[in-house]
Design a protein around this ligand. Structure first.
Ligand SMILES: Nc1nc2c(ncn2[C@@H]2O[C@H](COP(=O)(O)OP(=O)(O)OP(=O)(O)O)[C@@H](O)[C@H]2O)c(=O)[nH]1
Ligand SMILES: [Mg+2]
Length: 454
């Protein structure tokens, strides 16, 4: 069984300091240590809107992601907390809490876009958190979503980047969940009560018309609808009174607003039941080491001034895993050959037959561990390496045979040579005696088994 992960608290995954994004090695080591498939839930939204608090609810903990009670923005960069999935056995839940967007103190908000884009790229459920209702201001604040096509490439080849090209993205984009905090209105539309999901869809309805204002109105809505075909909305009451809000972490749950607690319950149970495992193009399931590779590939693309590319990330992943698959297959081949072969073999055919069996099994090992081996590049590489290993076995077999035969000859003829030196055969009839001994020893040599190919 794959090992379970137990992190006592979150760690920083991507630091955002001095306008630079830096991947934290400690977090990468945590990711490389577990093989279970990951369900990745990321939260994004404006600063000071209760994101970290809500993520702690998903973690089932009173404390964890650090909150701040002042007006100053608190979380910096992207933080990660991995834990066994509460409902899916053998799966790991990865919670990503992000830095609040549009903090006025920051001045330069360049990295806000990248944090938004990274959260989309890395997650299987993307939570957009905001305070109050879905009004035009809330929509305008979601301008990041309209910029996604400029921030992310799906293919490595040059391509048009526009909303209509979003088909390439969408299959691998997360579920979109809008969480509305401190929501105080009645959910009613034209006198009928509506669900939060219907409220979201109503808010995303497009206006007819082609004038600039209509286009501006429609753009974020169009982007959300196209990029995120699977959408969900949750509303939350205020959790408590003003005095309670600043110390929510230390307040007993039974003192908080009951409705809020029920809404949290409904939200967490939806996330646990419906958030899928993160997958990549080609149906590749992401596990800890693969998520690590995605983080590294995307952040290094951003840092070198390129756009993070989904296809490149999959190719990089394939490179790493296929190289490892070749290595595993070679190790398997060598182990099997060494276990099964008795050198020197009587015939070359015996060795080649064994080679063929082990080669076939080793290719099976490679196939099991490899994916997206474009043009069978890595399988060809495996073939070349297996041939070299076979040749090495053939040579070793020959060398062992030679060594064995030399020893045998020395053992048989050594004493005779000694006798020759001592003149044992320098006597009448000695030559005949010598020939007789020689014939006897030759016969013995021929009859001795296990000499191999020599
Ligand atoms: N009004 C209100 N306050 C909340 C809610 N949830 C948490 N808070 C309080 O709001 C403050 C900020 O909460 P955080 O969870 O740190 O907010 P954040 O969005 O992570 O903030 P940044 O990390 O700065 O972006 C804390 O004092 C929380 O106790 C909520 O639903 N409504
Ligand atoms: Mg926070």
């Amino acid at each position: 069984m794959a090992s379970e992960i137990h992190m006592p608290g979150p760690v920083c995954l991507i630091e955002n300091s001095n306008k630079k994004l830096v991947v934290n090695q400690e977090a990468l080591e945590i990711l490389s240590a577990f093989q279970q498939p990951v369900v990745v839930v990321a939260i994004v939204g404006f600063y000071r809107t209760g994101k970290s608090y809500l993520m702690n609810k998903l973690a089932g903990k009173q404390k964890g992601f650090s909150l701040g009670s002042t007006v100053q923005s608190h979380t910096k960069g992207i933080w990660m907390w991995c834990m066994p999935h509460p409902q899916k056995p053998e799966h790991t839940l990865v919670l990503l809490d992000t830095e609040g967007l549009e903090d006025i103190e920051k001045g330069d908000n360049q990295n806000d876009c990248w944090i938004f884009a990274l959260a989309v790229l890395l997650s299987s459920t993307f939570i957009y958190n905001s305070i109050g209702t879905i009004n035009q201001q809330a929509m305008d604040q979601l301008h990041y979503v309209t910029e996604l096509t400029d921030l992310i490439k799906s293919k490595s080849s040059p391509q048009q980047s526009d909303v209509d090209n979003s088909a390439n993205f969408v299959g691998f984009f997360p579920i979109f969940v809008w969480t509305l905090r401190d929501f105080s209105l009645d959910l009613e539309f034209d006198g009928e009560s509506i669900t939060p999901d219907e409220y979201l869809e109503t808010a995303l309805a497009l206006r007819k018309g082609t004038d600039e204002n209509t286009k501006k109105f429609n753009m974020p809505r169009l982007c959300i609808r196209k990029f995120f075909p699977k959408r969900k909305c949750f509303i939350f009451d205020r959790p408590g009174n003003r005095r309670q809000l600043s110390k929510l972490e230390s307040i007993q749950e039974d003192q908080l607003n009951k409705e809020f607690l029920e809404q949290v319950e409904e939200f967490t149970s939806y996330i646990f039941s419906y958030s899928d495992v993160k997958t990549l193009s080609g149906g590749i399931t992401v596990n800890g080491p693969r998520l690590k590779c995605l983080v590294q590939t995307y952040v290094s693309a951003i840092c070198s001034g390129e756009l993070p590319c989904m296809e490149n990330a999959v190719l990089t992943l394939a490179q790493i895993e296929n190289s490892a698959a070749v290595q595993n297959a070679i190790t398997y081949y060598e182990e099997q050959m060494n276990q099964k072969i008795q050198m020197p073999t009587e015939t070359l055919q015996e060795l080649l037959d064994l080679h063929r069996t082990c080669e076939r099994e080793a290719i099976g090992v490679f196939m099991k561990n490899s994916f997206k081996d474009v043009d069978q590049k890595f399988q060809t590489e495996l073939g070349t390496q297996l041939e070299a290993k076979r040749d090495a076995f053939v040579k070793k077999n020959m060398d062992m045979s030679s060594a064995h035969c030399s020893d045998l000859l020395e053992g048989l003829f050594g004493p005779v040579e000694e006798e020759v030196k001592q003149g044992t055969f320098y006597k009448p009839g000695g030559y005949y005696l010598f020939l007789q001994r020689k014939q006897e020893l030759e016969k013995k040599y021929i009859q001795t088994p296990g000499k191999g190919l020599q």
